[in-house]
Design a binder for this molecule. Structure first.
Ligand SMILES: [Zn+2]
Length: 64
């Protein structure tokens, strides 16, 4: 059985032997563990930014 070529979620490279990881309920494919690590790092950073933004909104509400 031939596996379809998939695209790396991070860099867009095509690969027949992806590193697969389920993140946020979605099964994502990466060309290598390096791309997977960077992608996970960026997602964590993104979540941190969202938390910070939410905290800033809370602080503004407290001041007023
Ligand atoms: Zn990649």
């Amino acid at each position: 059985m031939v596996k379809d070529v998939v695209r790396c979620e991070h860099c867009g490279a095509e690969t027949k032997h992806p590193v697969t990881k389920t993140i946020g309920g979605r099964e994502l494919n990466f060309c290598c563990t390096g791309c997977l690590a960077v992608y996970e790092f960026l997602i964590e950073e993104n979540l941190l930014e969202q938390v910070k933004a939410a905290e800033q909104v809370e602080n503004k509400n407290q001041v007023s």
